[in-house]
Design a protein around this ligand. Structure first.
Ligand code: F6P
Length: 547
């Protein structure tokens, strides 16, 4: 019997049953009613403030009872024990036999963190110092290309070796005072072609960012970039840098070990921005600002480890997520930063959350008797308002929304635009909460002169059901420190959700099958192998692609 059958027969038992039963009792009430008559107490009670951040989850249907149940779910799921196991370097990624220690990359200078009895921190600190020295050399013109000072840096990587530094470079644009940064990820030759077309090979530094140094997209693009440089500079390899765990392979590619920045297998790809994979960001904003970015994450680590669950930001974000996804059954979540510079945050979070918590079996290999993590998607506001918010407000599905907004922008001369941005953000969560009733819509249409059946018909199109949940994460200003806090917050949120779901958030076997099949299909597309054994559709498409 598969999961759907078990659900239909009502025989599925899960740790979410009690919460689902409670939700069934309260699902029809208006969230707005929770605010009534308590003098703003709800807003204060369902808001957490920590180190400059504010997280308001009062515009959800979570009440005191649901919160209590969610908090005890976190307790009984063993979040605290697993959290300490992660920070202590235990091998909690047990399908790959690895520790999960991206937090070591931003740990205090005097931290001691052991894996297999060996303190990993001296190597972490040494690599960070080498990165900082190299970044300073490039930025200050001591490391030069074969045609002079480095003007452009091309980071070639994909997934975690691209999304983090690419997202961070855009986010911290006001701090960008180093060479221009370009990110190439897609194996589509159009990507590398369009990026390299405008650049001078004599003053371009190429970073090959790949934990494994085998990823086909990255290695193919790296070959293309090397070919682009060859013939135009005497020694292309001298303008290449490698960021990888596989130092043997970087040598085979011809990159001198002094320009190889290594990291260990306990840094997962999607958690790797804090170490060598962050070199592009460090080159852009400088080692000092990068250090502040690490500082923000370190502060979030401390908060996560020490704050009681009821005021613990990652725990609460995770519990709100579990409430909406596993309890209420809302399959997707919109991430809506009211911050243009966070334009790549939704894409970054898609990898972080969906590669981590998109799993169908629990740690022991049994089928998961409930849904895994949600589909995460989004776009910055206000752009999204003129695209997909229609569905969020009036579509038939409920989409919990996660707003992010800074109190202050970076352009004092455009402060009025920032106020307009914030007003839009607050307006959206208010509209989702409040909606517009049929009576209100009818009154508006009557005022516009409509009467009779046409009044009724037009009014119905203008009804907003409201009662749609949202949360708001506010921060003072998008500084490197704040960006570090936000990214670490999301990392730990994913961790807590994963522990509650009982899954391994740190492997990604689901990406392997497609990679294997693509390797097998390539010779078929070149006509070097037949399509025997392929399904009819794939064989037909191969024939079509061969022309
Ligand atoms: O898509 C799978 C994946 O392994 C990601 O987890 C990773 O971030 C990406 O590929 C890139 O891997 P690498 O850094 O080894 O090139």
């Amino acid at each position: 019997m598969d999961r759907i059958d078990r659900m239909e027969q009502g025989s599925e038992m899960s740790k979410f049953d009690a919460l689902r039963a409670y939700h069934a009792k309260v699902r029809d009430r208006r969230i707005l009613s929770l605010f009534a008559g308590n003098d703003g107490g709800r807003a204060a009670n369902f808001t957490v403030r920590a180190d400059g951040l504010i997280f308001d989850y009062s515009k959800t249907n979570i009440d005191e009872v649901a919160l209590g149940m969610l908090l005890s779910l976190a307790e009984t799921s063993g979040v605290a024990v697993k959290r300490e196991a992660m920070f202590a370097g235990e091998k909690i990624n047990d399908t790959e036999g690895r520790a999960v220690l991206h937090t070591a990359l931003r740990a205090d200078d005097d931290a001691v963190i052991r894996v297999d009895g060996r303190d990993v921190m001296p190597a972490v600190r040494a690599t960070r110092a080498r990165m900082a020295a190299f970044a300073a050399d490039v930025r200050e013109g001591r490391f030069r290309g074969q045609g002079g000072k480095i003007t452009d840096v091309v980071n070639i990587g994909i997934g975690g070796s691209d999304l983090g530094p690419a997202m961070g470079t855009l986010a911290l644009a006001p701090y960008h005072d180093g060479p221009r940064l370009h990110y190439v990820s897609n194996v589509d030759g159009a990507h590398v072609h369009d990026v390299l077309r405008g650049l001078n090979p004599e003053t371009t530094l190429v970073i090959v960012a790949s934990k494994t140094f085998t990823t086909i997209e990255t290695m193919t693009n790296a070959d293309t970039a090397r070919g682009w440089m060859a013939g135009k500079v005497a020694n292309p390899a001298a303008q290449f840098v490698a960021l990888s765990s596989a130092t043997g392979r970087t040598a085979a590619f011809g990159i001198d070990e002094e320009r190889v920045f290594g990291f260990e297998d306990w840094v997962g790809g999607r958690y790797s921005l804090w170490g060598p994979i962050g070199l592009g960001l460090m080159l852009a904003v400088g080692p000092e600002a990068f250090g502040m970015f690490l500082g923000g994450a370190r502060s979030m680590d401390r908060h996560f480890r020490t704050a009681p669950f009821m005021s613990n930001l990652p725990v609460l974000l995770a519990l709100v997520g579990v409430w909406h996804n596993q309890v209420c059954g809302h399959a997707t979540r919109a991430v809506l930063p009211y911050e243009q510079r966070l334009v790549r945050l939704p894409a970054y979070l898609q990898q972080l959350e969906m590669e981590s918590n998109g799993k169908r079996v629990s740690m022991d290999g049994a089928d998961l008797p409930y849904d895994s993590g949600p589909v995460v998607w989004g776009e910055p506001g206000t752009n999204g308002q003129h695209a997909f918010y229609q569905l969020i407000h009036q579509g038939t599905r409920v989409i919990p929304c996660e707003f992010l907004v800074g109190r202050e922008g970076f352009e004092p001369e455009l402060a009025h635009q920032h106020r307009l941005l914030v007003a839009n953000c607050l307006a959206q969560s208010e509209a989702l909460l409040r909606g517009r009733s049929l009576e209100e819509a009818t009154a508006l249409m009557a005022k516009a002169g409509l009467t009779g059946a046409e009044l009724d018909r037009q009014a119905r199109h203008r009804v907003f059901p409201g009662n749609r949940p949202s949360t708001t994460l506010g921060y003072p200003k998008l500084t490197p420190y704040v960006l570090g806090q936000i990214i670490a917050l999301y990392e730990h949120r994913v961790f807590v959700e994963g522990v509650i779901l009982g899954i391994n958030s740190f492997d990604q076997w689901g990406v392997e099958l497609g990679k294997e099949l693509a390797l097998a299909l390539q010779p078929m597309l070149e006509g070097k192998a037949g399509t025997e054994g392929k399904d009819g559709s794939t064989a037909q498409l191969v024939a079509w692609a061969r022309g």
